[in-house]
Each structure stands twice: as structure tokens, then as C-alpha cells.
Design a protein. Structure first.
Length: 282
């Protein structure tokens, strides 16, 4: 039949356009030795592809949630395309790490030097040192003035320190009342004696001090005898050397120490001496 025959063309057009069920036709299409292409739905069923698709879907849903949360609650924003969303996330990441890579190192923490001066604390208020309290001067008794009473106190204090009995205090006070009237006297015969504190002067040879003791008789130096405390100690020491002085009268005991030209003169001062001794030892 000629290929231009209309009847032949009709026969050719009349053939079905669907795939032939003939096996030979299939072999001609794909070839005898070619492996048939698996159907596309089978690829979707493989495990790696399913995991990849699930991951992509999760990322897309996360981007949609972020884009929606950024908008107002009443009017959520339109979900951006995936490419734009990824670009925005990359930009945000760049902003968070936008510090310069060549920035200077952070300055090291400077610790205080061991020799640094400590923070000054408020200066405590210093109390002024207390002035030494002067001993109270005894109140004069028995007609004595303050100077006489002060000298009498020295005589009594020395006797108490030496543990002398009250009788010895009365003997010593009576002797000083007779010899110097309880004043610390210098001597006109010894100009040196006037260089020391004194309360007047006498002219009885080289006798000085409360008990008018003589340096030339071995009682001590002028400087020593012009100190009332030394003169009183010298008197008590001499009194202790007299045997039985405790049983003697005031006059006899005083005379045994002083060897005065007027031995009976001491008795007249016994009452006053007793009053003064009692006042200073009360």
C-alpha cells in the first residue's frame, strides 16, 4: 500500500495513543538490557528521603512561627518565602556576633598593690591625758598654818612607812615643833643651804631643816638635810638606836636624840603633837 494512500493514513491515525500492552512494545521502548526505572512514589518511600523531607518541613514551620510572632497579635505578618527567611536569620546571627575580630583584648583586672595604703579610717577622738592629781593637802589643826601642817604630814608619812608606832610620831612632831616650829629652815652660817627650797633661816651654828640637824655632826649633807623627808627618816633611825625609848617620856626620848641645851622644852609640845598625829592618821 502506498504511504500516501488516504486509507493507509486513516489506518495509521486510527491506532491507539496509549501505551501498548504488548511486551514486545515495552522492550522496544526501554531496551532489552535496560533496568526498568522505578516508579517515583517508590523514591519517596525511602528512609533518607523521608528524614530530609521531615527536617525541611520542621524548619519551614519554625520560620512561619517566628514570622508570625514578630507581627502584631491581631494582624500576623505574611509568611516570607524560605529563601528570604533564611537570609533574615543569617543577618540576625551576624548582628549578634558583630564585634570586630581585631578588637583589643579586654584590659586585665588591676589588683591593688600589697604596699597600697589602706583606706584611712576616721581618726578616733583622743582623750586628753589626765593631769596628775595633786595630793590633797591636809586641813590644818592645833593652830598650825598650811605650811606647818604640810611639813607635819611628811613627818607622819615617813614614820608610817617605817612602821613606827604612834608614840614615835608624837616624839618626832614635838621635836620639830621645838627645833624649827615645823618650818624647813636654812642657816645663815651655811649660805649653801639657802640654795634649796626653804621657809626661812636660823643662826644656830650649822643647824638646818625641820630638826635643825647639823651636817658637821654627821647627820648628812646640806642638800639631804634640807629635804624634810630625809630629815624625818634620819630622826626615826636615831630614835630606834636608843634602847627603851618606848618607855621614856616625850622629852627624854627627844633629848636622847637631839642632845639639846634645853632638854625640858620638848614637853610643852606633846599635846599639840598628839592632836596633829591623830588628825593625820585618822
Amino acid at each position: 500500500m502506498h504511504p500516501d494512500d488516504p486509507s493507509a493514513q486513516k489506518l495509521t491515525d486510527a491506532r491507539p495513543t496509549t501505551l501498548s500492552d504488548d511486551a514486545a512494545s515495552t522492550e522496544r521502548t526501554i531496551g532489552r538490557h535496560r533496568v526498568p526505572e522505578p516508579p517515583r512514589w517508590a523514591l519517596l518511600g525511602s528512609t533518607p528521603v523521608r528524614v530530609a523531607l521531615a527536617t525541611g518541613v520542621t524548619c519551614c514551620l519554625s520560620l512561619v512561627a517566628v514570622a508570625t510572632a514578630r507581627g502584631n497579635d491581631d494582624t500576623p505578618r505574611t509568611v516570607e518565602p524560605l529563601a528570604e527567611a533564611l537570609a533574615d536569620r543569617a543577618a540576625i546571627a551576624d548582628e549578634r556576633a558583630s564585634r570586630s575580630l581585631d578588637r583589643d583584648a579586654a584590659p586585665a583586672r588591676i589588683l591593688p598593690s600589697p604596699t597600697a595604703k589602706p583606706t584611712p579610717t576616721p581618726t578616733a577622738v583622743r582623750k586628753a591625758p589626765k593631769k596628775p592629781v595633786k595630793p590633797r593637802r591636809p586641813r590644818p589643826v592645833a593652830g598650825l598654818d598650811q605650811a606647818q601642817m604640810d611639813n607635819a604630814k611628811i613627818i607622819v608619812d615617813v614614820g608610817v612607812e617605817m612602821k613606827m608606832p604612834r608614840r614615835a610620831l608624837v616624839v618626832a612632831l614635838s621635836t620639830a615643833m621645838q627645833e624649827s616650829n615645823l618650818y624647813n629652815l636654812a642657816s645663815d652660817v651655811l649660805p649653801e643651804s639657802a640654795e634649796y627650797p626653804n621657809q626661812g633661816s636660823g643662826s644656830d651654828h650649822d643647824s638646818v631643816g625641820l630638826f635643825q640637824q647639823r651636817p658637821s655632826s654627821g647627820w648628812g649633807t646640806v642638800a639631804q638635810l634640807m629635804r624634810p623627808s630625809y630629815a624625818a627618816r634620819a630622826f626615826y633611825s636615831a630614835l630606834n638606836e636608843i634602847p627603851g625609848w618606848q618607855d621614856m617620856s616625850v622629852t627624854s626620848a627627844a633629848q636622847a636624840v637631839q642632845i639639846s641645851a634645853y632638854p625640858d622644852a620638848y614637853a610643852q609640845h606633846e599635846d599639840r603633837a598628839t592632836t596633829v598625829a591623830a588628825a593625820l592618821t585618822a
